[in-house]
Design a binder for this molecule. Sequence first.
Ligand code: PSU
Ligand code: MN
Length: 308
Amino acid sequence: MNSKITKYLDITPEVATALAQGQAVVALESTIIAHGMPYPKNVETAREVEEIIRNQGAVPATIAVLDGRIRIGLDDADLERLGQAKDIAKLSRRDLPMIVARKGDGATTVAATMICAALAGISIFATGGIGGVHRGAEGDFDISADLDELSKTPVAVVCAGAKSILDLPKTLEYLETRGVPVIGYKTEQFPAFYCRESGLHAPLSAQDPATIASMLSVQRDLGYESGAVIANPIPETHAMDAAEMDRVISSALLSAHKDGVVGKAITPYLLSKIVELTEGRSLEANIALVKNNAVLAADIAVKLCALR
Ligand code: PSU
Ligand code: MN
């Protein structure tokens, strides 16, 4: 690896060994810990997700920036620090170099986690939901940097689709324009995070992890620089009622507007508002879908290793 890059990275021995030996590694983001879920459930979930990945025969690598170091793989104390941190920076592509230069701390979003994973040589990443085109983007241009990252960084992101706090049809259009494959796992529909269905057709679909791994392998062989979205519906047992979520999300969006929340604060604000409005039920759904995504991501990573 290029020493200009490695001087910024701290890869744990467990992850480094797995990568060197061609074993399956799954990246995990830290914004979901620091800004996506309340303490202590955030830390509990982060630990459980790592455990799930290990049980599937892969090595987890949770990613964050701590004291200016790009950390690939975190220990318990690091997870606790991120989970309890107040006002820790939310790092997307644009923010990462400044936090590293200032030797600061930051939680990585999907975009920044993809960048760090790719630098370390990790190609599969599990999370809850990706950012997307926000409702009203035709007015305020709010389009998550996650979407562009997916078009230029070769990391496949396993998620439960995107939330309807976003404009889902525009999100899919944008991904199409950027040439990002969106694959529904065992579904013909693009899943809507808390709900298994969005009413929108998934552009591609696959019935098993091996097919997804083969597609990723072809993508690499052909020199594509893009990643992929693997959209895995929330387990049926935890799916929420679509009509209820429509009401809750409308109400959360209205509060955000009233409170004047804009820019990168919007997504964390809406997530915590939704937890409040559903009296914690949306948090349980969120946890269940992240775990479900961890299983699939590890399965794909294991299959991909066998092919490469
Ligand atoms: N969606 C979730 N939970 C999250 C996020 C999105 O259900 O925690 C986080 C992810 O880190 C994602 C980021 O990359 O929010 C997107 O933020 P923005 O919309 O500001 O790009
Ligand atoms: Mn934004």
